[in-house]
Design a protein around this ligand. Sequence first.
Ligand code: GLC
Length: 638
Amino acid sequence: MNSPATVASPLSKLPSSVEDRFETWLPVLKDRLQDLYGNSAHYDTWLQAFVKSICIEAFNRPPHLRQQDQERATNPNWHLELGLAYVAYADHFAGGLRGVIDRIPHLKDMGVGYLHLLPFLKAGPPPNDGGFAVASFEDVDPRLGSNEDLAALLAALRAAGISLCCDFVLNHVSDHHPWALAAKRGNESARRRFHWLATPSEVAEHERHLKQIFPETAPGNFTWVPECQAYAWTTFYPFQWDLNYAEPEVFSDIALALLRLANRGIDAFRLDSTAFLWKRLGTPCSNLPQVHSILQALRAVVEIAAPGVLLKAEVIMPTRDLPPYFGLASGETMPSTAQPSIHQPECHLAYHASLMAASWAALAEEDAAFPKAVLRATPTLPTGAGWLTYVRCHDDIGWGVLRPECLDLNDPDALRLKAASSFFSSSNPESYAEGSPFQSSDPANPHGTNGMLASLVGLHKAHQSGSPEQLELALLRYGLMHALALFVGDLPLVYMGDEFGQANLSPEAIKLRGGDDGRELHRVVWSDSIYQDRLNAGTVSGMAWGVFKRLSQARSRMAATLSHGSCSIYAGISDSQHLLCLQRGSSVGLFNFSSQHQILDWRQQPKELTDWMTLKGVAPPQGLGPYEARWLHIKGME
Ligand code: GLC
């Protein structure tokens, strides 16, 4: 079975470009599937049916999306040239999917070319982890709109040149998903789609090797299901049942669900919690080699049937675990001009969670050691792959990703992370920050921190204090954090509300939401009045928006000079504890994490410098003010 024709004779009308892609990618797909499922009974029959279904989806791809696929194929970096990314809950942002259409002018104003809407497919009943407990891969959640609303939104976004990213929760489903319901009814094949343990001692044996994602609100990784008289594997909440990817039907159904969404016009899929897709007793069950076989098979499926579509790895793991998600060997880097090998490609994008956490640690410590260590461990990526950087998102700042850097920095007990975590807690009288620790019952293990950007940098507190000096410093911190993410990222992501300094959700509003997930602190609702205030420079919103807008405009001017997938420590300035000096292509980014002025010790004074903020020629700056960030172009430097 080497060509689609032998499996899909009824589909002989596939365009020749699809036939070519089959020729290239079918061997990759078969190779990965053979590794994963070659030993299962009925493997050949299953494979034949699966490939036929892929043909059908390739055939069903609407002409305008096929044309878009072709255009995108001519520029494998198309998604790294989209400008900014933006992430929001559709309901908090705009009341639902239709409402998002009305926010398009705001997105355009910000320079956004990629919109990630948090889960909008039908979820299980609340609590559903903000929609991450999915009950249908086909239908929009009625709380957010209808399938027609999604189609209307997609058309409006396409007309505006904005790509839509959809959360694709493939590690688990809601215990109200039809597969889970069928398993509860005793359907054997549905039951095989999940992982089951029979006894408490088996559970204990597995738990010995596993981490806890939500140690306070959802302790343990297994949940007793009375209807099944067994423990289901539930890495996250008890109502999120992990899928068993050792079952070939799980993989094929999930891959086809993704293709069907792609054929509706979704441009990118955020592959949620991908690190956990494969389980093996005696391991932490994260980042196992089979995870990469699954993702490479998924990439092959996409390359065959919907090649203009992006896969984004949501892998909140240390930097050193990330190269394989781009198809690189661990620790491997690629010269930025190299072509990706046809045998390896995996995801197009991945979150740079370590850089995000490191930038917060640096702010707390007034010391750039963590981001430097992270960036030294960050590989250069192949063509077509890029880093998604961010300051905040709907999740907590997870400190655990920095454990390897703690070892590099001679801090095996992660005391520095514990200090950072405590620094951002609003109960710390020494700090300007108004954050809150997340899942922090184990004092030996700094877990996470919640809060909106403006609250964490102390902007609102400073405004209330009436001190112009404090306000100025808080605003500089706000700008510094954005400036770093916007400089390093191939696709820098802005979290809804952070562009104009929205504060944490009020305790009253959190109470009304019910539940005990501390991340609600920063899951704010778009406020029209705060949005309007952005035009009033006397308000926090106006000040924050002013800073953000200048940065976003400067970034779009600078974008063409930034090398893709690579950012290194700039060698032209002597290293200093408080400063982070970076180079991307012919631009440098200088960041002072300290509250004090710092001298810049240029090893060699560059001749022609342009400031990206003003587009004016400048002399090499001899220092940076407190929390100051500068983006400069150096003529002739590459
Ligand atoms: C991802 C999401 C997070 C969710 C988890 C389980 O990490 O970002 O919000 O709780 O997956 O689906």
